[in-house]
Design a protein around this ligand. Structure first.
Ligand code: GRG
Length: 289
């Protein structure tokens, strides 16, 4: 994990505009929001899936950086006063607090196209048809039928009681879509998987995407602000429906374990090549931050 995280930090440093290029303040804010923090779970998943499909790590680095830029933009916008209104992210002041709201908005506006530019201008596939398909995967995962749509459902759910199915539907989009894209794009950088194997990998990705959110909800009421590097206890304070509010803490923990078992089952026939994906399912469920 450490080597992928270090590699990603160096890659993102290179791919982001330098802070002395105009407009300096925007570029500084983009770098502030992307660099020097975060678990890099999505890049780790992309590299693990790439390992499974025999991908060239130089290709995986591109898709992993693109996904991480979309993720970073989503956090910057999510923290803004018009959305979740938070002041702490990755252990430091949120982008709009450190800079200002207009800059935070522009950081997201600029990171999103930069992700697509990066994928468009590097060779990440053997054919242009596959290359366009990969761009489409990221676009769909980010848009109104993916992450942005999930965020809309999340905002609409504040103060309401949701059923478990409705909560799951929201999270499959808000958090799950980008996690799934990270796995599938990493795998598509290689060429060793057939349609049936892609299906099993998708099942793995969807399962850990949900597990990630269940654990996030558990940690929100279970861990401290200092450990998380973001404000703990916010879901309850904002009267947000979560796995913990619907199922209770003990059942939510059990559900995360069940999802971990399901994720392992989806990988069963892959053998040792899926070792990293298995480890990441464990990390996602057992993490404490
Ligand atoms: C603003 C269009 C738009 C979307 C925002 C994903 C999202 C949608 C908002 C994030 C809100 C949130 C805290 C969701 C819980 C799950 C989650 C994505 C947590 C943060 O991801 P980590 O834990 O963060 O991977 P790090 O900092 O480690 O990268």
């Amino acid at each position: 994990m450490g080597s992928v995280q270090a590699r990603m930090e160096a890659a993102l440093q290179r791919f982001l505009p330098a802070p002395d290029i105009a407009p300096e303040r925007l570029h500084l804010a983009m770098r502030y929001s992307v660099l020097g923090g975060g678990k890099r779970v999505r890049p780790l998943l992309a590299f693990a899936a790439g390992e499974l499909s025999g991908a060239d790590p130089a290709r995986v680095e591109i898709v992993a950086a693109a996904v991480e830029m979309i993720h970073a933009y989503s956090l910057v916008h999510d923290d803004m006063p018009c959305m979740d209104n938070d002041v702490l992210r990755r252990g430091k002041p949120t982008c709009h607090v450190e800079f200002d709201e207009a800059t935070a908005l522009l950081v997201g506006d600029a990171l999103q196209p930069l992700a697509f530019q990066l994928m468009a201008e590097h060779v990440i596939a053997d054919s242009s048809v596959e290359h366009i398909e990969m761009l489409k995967i990221l676009a769909c995962a980010s848009g109104s039928r993916g992450m942005a749509g999930g965020q809309a459902l999340d905002l609409a759910g504040v103060g309401k009681s949701l059923s478990l199915a409705e909560l799951e539907h929201m999270h499959i989009h808000k958090t799950g879509a980008l996690i799934r894209a990270a796995v599938m794009l990493g795998a598509r950088c290689g060429h060793g998987l057939d349609a049936e194997q892609h299906g099993r990998l998708e099942r793995y990705a969807e399962t850990i995407g949900l597990a990630f959110q269940v654990v996030d909800d558990v940690l929100d009421c279970d861990a401290s602000t200092a450990t998380l590097g973001k404000t703990a206890g916010k879901d309850a304070a904002q009267d947000k429906p979560t796995y913990v509010s619907i199922l209770g803490l003990a059942r939510a923990r059990e559900l995360a374990e069940e999802l971990r078992t399901e994720a392992h089952a989806a990988l069963a026939s892959f053998g040792p090549a899926a070792a990293r994906l298995r480890e990441l399912a464990d990390f996602i469920v057992l993490r404490k931050f």
